[in-house]
Every structure is written in C-alpha cells, then in structure tokens.
Ligand binder design. Structure first.
Ligand SMILES: O=C(O)c1cc(C(=O)O)c2c(n1)C(=O)C(=O)c1cc(C(=O)O)[nH]c1-2
Length: 243
C-alpha cells in the first residue's frame, strides 16, 4: 500500500506536533531552571554546558553554508553565522553568552577551555554538527526548525529566572533578547524552504525525523545536566564542580 505525501500545510502541522511533544521546554531540568528550583551552582552548570552549543552553532552553520548551491541560500544562511560570531570582537551571540557566564561568576578562560563540559553535552552537540555535515541539505535545514519553538521557551525562561533568582539580572540574560527576533526570522525561512522542497513521502519522513533528532539533541543536553547536577553524587570525574 502506498501512502500519499502530505500537503505543505499538513507537513507544517506534523512538524509543530513534534515540537509540542518533544521540545526541551518539557524537560524537568528546564522547568526546575525557570521555576527557581536550582541553586546557583546548578545554574552555572547549565550556562557552562550550554556555552558549547552556542560556540558550535556557527561551525554547524558554516558546514551547511559550504554545501548550499546558490548565492541566495548562502546569503540567508550567512546571517546566522554573523549573528553568533558578530562582526567585531565582543559582539554577537557567543560574546553575549560569555556575559551570562561572567554574570554567574564563572571564569571566562575556564568556560572557553571546555574543560568543565559534561561528556553528554559534548556528544549531543557534536552529533548535531555531524548531522548537518552528513545529511541532505533538506534534512540539515529541517534540523534547525526547533527554532520555531524557541521564542516561547526563551520568554518563559527569562521571566522565570528574573523572578526566581536574586543572582540573575536583565543584563546577564541579555543574550536572549535578540533571539526573540532572530529565531522567528530564521525559522520562517527554514519552514518555507522545507514546505517547498519536501514533496515526496520519503523527503517528508526525512524532514520529520530530522526535527525529532534535533529535539533529542536538546533533550539529551538537559538529561546530562539533570543526571550530573540534580541527582546527588553523579558528577562525572574531571568536569565542572559547583563551589
Ligand atoms: O534557548 C533555547 O532554548 C534555544 C533553543 C534553540 C533551538 O531550539 O535549537 C536555539 C537557541 N536557543 C539559540 O539561542 C540559538 O542560537 C540557536 C541556533 C539553533 C540552530 O539550530 O541553528 N538553535 C538555537
């Protein structure tokens, strides 16, 4: 029995259903973070590990950029790298993330050295970079579609953290403000691309699986934090230990 492909709008509905079910806003560590249930050391661990995601996103995007076939697509994708790396030192998303880790009292050199990283963070982020380098362009673009769901989690996180932690200020969370406009712009483009190019059942399944994969990347990063820093006694040897 052959199955008919979805219409572009049905595909969008199926993608949004994956986010509703699997995005990391549903993870217990995320809820604990924004509900004020974590101590400062646990929040530091989150920021230090998430730094690796931020730092590798431009490498992920550069890998894809190199494979894109047209100037139009490359121009669109190039902006993502500029957003994260900035045009000059101390601008861009990575620099803003380091202001968050500074604000939490972490040593910059230590954060940038990646020495304190959990093994699970390392594997999850690297898996994302490899995925984008190895899969089809359609799957690589589809894997960025978690950004469809990020404005909601970012608003929830920022308001929750400001309300619940006396060591968090607007200034330390400044990373997130531009993301509220950058993420919708980026995900609108990626969604339109995917709706236009995923026409066969095989392509549509590949796109849906790419988004599931990416949800798993984000989920495993929080699993690793939860296991190491919330359950007692599970911090792996050699990584960041809260004071
Ligand atoms: O704060 C978040 O929960 C969150 C989620 C995501 C995401 O859904 O992948 C990204 C970001 N933030 C983010 O800041 C960011 O720059 C980013 C880039 C990408 C991507 O896949 O290219 N996702 C995300």
């Amino acid at each position: 029995m052959s199955v008919a492909p979805l219409s572009p709008d049905e595909l969008e509905t199926a993608l949004r259903a994956i986010g509703a079910e699997r995005y990391h806003n549903r993870h217990p560590f995320h809820r604990a973070l924004h509900d004020g249930k974590l101590n400062k050391g646990q929040v530091q661990a989150w920021a230090l590990n998430r730094y690796y995601y931020q730092a590798r996103i431009p490498a992920k995007d550069a890998t894809l950029l190199a494979r894109l076939p047209t100037a139009e697509l490359r121009r669109e994708w190039r902006r993502r790298i500029e957003d994260h790396d900035g045009d000059t030192p101390d601008t861009g998303g990575i620099a803003r993330w380091l202001r968050l880790t500074d604000g939490l009292g972490l040593n910059r050199e230590y954060v940038e050295s990646l020495e304190g990283l959990l093994p699970g963070t390392h594997f999850a982020v690297d898996a994302y970079v490899h995925f984008v380098g190895e899969k089809t362009i359609l799957e690589a673009i589809a894997s960025s579609l978690t950004e469809l769901f990020s404005p909601t989690i970012i608003s929830e996180r920022v308001s929750g953290m400001l309300r619940n932690y006396d060591f968090i200020t607007q200034e330390t969370l400044a990373y997130f403000t531009p993301r509220l406009t950058q993420a919708p712009r980026d995900s609108d483009f990626a969604l339109a691309y995917v709706k236009e190019h995923a026409r066969t059942v095989e392509q549509q399944n590949a796109v849906l699986n790419a988004l599931k994969f990416k949800c798993s990347v984000l989920w495993s990063m929080l699993d690793a934090l939860d296991y190491a820093y919330v359950a007692p006694g599970n911090i792996p040897p050699g990584v960041f230990r809260p004071a």
